[in-house]
Design a protein around this ligand. Structure first.
Ligand code: KG4
Length: 334
């Protein structure tokens, strides 16, 4: 079965072609950094407009790269939510229109299920059940994944997502957008213990996250330096901030695995590209004798291949959509 997948939940327009759940024949991503970087974050209205311009060229490129004609496609899978409604509507409506005109079955995929199943896009696959941390610009949540269809949210952020905190701190320091890659670059040269930024553990057994206090603490530190005309040590701030985020993400994920007797950890989402997070998670998993699966960076960030994979399984379970199926901004998986 040839699957055409479309993803447009936030600021990336993406399309992919898969052969069943086995092979990714193409995976095209068109980013919008140029549109949003002057604003230090995503402007929803501008994101929707760019999706409208990009969706057909990106789908065409995905078909061309896979060497597949539209008439050969057996299934269309598109992200239905969660995300920015205006962005979602572009990709989802495009997919429904294409499916109707070409008489191809269509499935609406929850973006989170794509991230949760993304390690299956690699060569080696995790065994079910596993604990999965999805950490991106819009989400920071831990799930128990029991099979391709059964996901239980064990904890999630109560305020900012971790990627959002990276982006806001980068904006404060005038480092540009997106903040994650540039902060991690500066962090490589800084001492992670230089500044004691707070870790929000919340209640002793809580698997929820909170990053707004950490963000405020960075703001206070920067303001204090500026008021006293002290030089800002960007490398130290970045390293200490990153360490605070990484420590909480890692320890809470390991705690979730222990509480729920899960022997395997999976990480997905844009922040999973963070080298320090990957390094500390790998070290801690090895200490606790847990298996760890982190997809390659192109499958961590928003991509359509993961939507095709999750959509394939959804189709096998008989979940197709009708022309009046709508998008949603909040995931029912929360
Ligand atoms: O999953 P993703 O591509 O899409 C959205 O959630 O929109 O994640 C993007 C987020 C941004 O907040 C970005 O700053 C963050 O992932 N990010 C990183 C790194 N690379 C991207 N955060 C920390 N370290 C990185 N290396």
């Amino acid at each position: 079965m040839l699957v055409l997948a479309i993803e447009s939940s936030c600021d990336d327009t993406a399309a992919a072609v898969l052969q069943d759940d086995k092979a990714v024949l193409s995976n095209v991503i068109s980013s919008q950094f140029d549109v949003h970087s002057p604003f230090g974050g995503i402007v929803p209205e501008l994101a929707s407009r760019r999706h409208i311009e990009s969706v057909w060229p990106v789908v065409s490129e995905a078909l061309h790269t896979a060497n597949v004609q539209l008439d050969q496609i057996d299934l269309i899978a598109a992200t239905r939510g969660p995300g920015l409604v205006g962005s979602l509507l572009v990709g989802f409506t495009f997919a429904k229109g294409l499916a109707m005109v070409k008489n191809i079955p269509c499935v609406g995929v929850d973006h989170m299920t794509g991230h949760l199943l993304s390690p299956f896009l690699g060569e080696e696959h995790p065994d079910f059940p596993y604990a999965a941390l999805v950490v991106s610009g819009g989400n920071t949540s831990i799930y128990k994944v029991s099979d391709q269809h059964t996901f239980e949210c064990l904890g999630r952020t109560r305020d900012d997502a971790a990627g959002e905190a990276f982006d806001k701190v980068a904006k404060l320091l005038d480092l540009g957008y997106p903040g994650g890659p540039v902060i991690s670059k500066y962090a490589e040269k800084g001492n992670p213990e230089a500044i004691a930024f707070p870790r929000a553990w919340l209640a002793p057994d809580s698997l929820d996250f909170s990053f707004s206090g950490l963000k405020t603490s960075v703001v206070n530190h920067v303001n204090k330096c500026r008021q006293k005309s002290l030089p800002l040590n960007i490398e130290e701030i970045c390293a200490s901030f990153q360490e605070a985020v990484v420590e909480v993400l890692v320890e809470k994920t390991l705690h979730a695995a222990k509480e729920h007797d899960l022997k395997t950890i999976v990480i997905g989402g844009g922040v999973a590209s963070n080298k320090r997070l990957r390094q500390v998670m790998e070290q801690r998993c090895s200490q606790d004798q847990l298996a760890i699966f982190i997809p390659e960076p192109v499958f961590c960030t928003d991509n359509a291949a993961m939507i095709g994979l999750a959509g394939y399984h959804q189709y096998q379970a008989g979940n197709t959509i009708s022309p009046d199926t709508d998008v949603y901004s909040r995931s029912p998986l929360h």
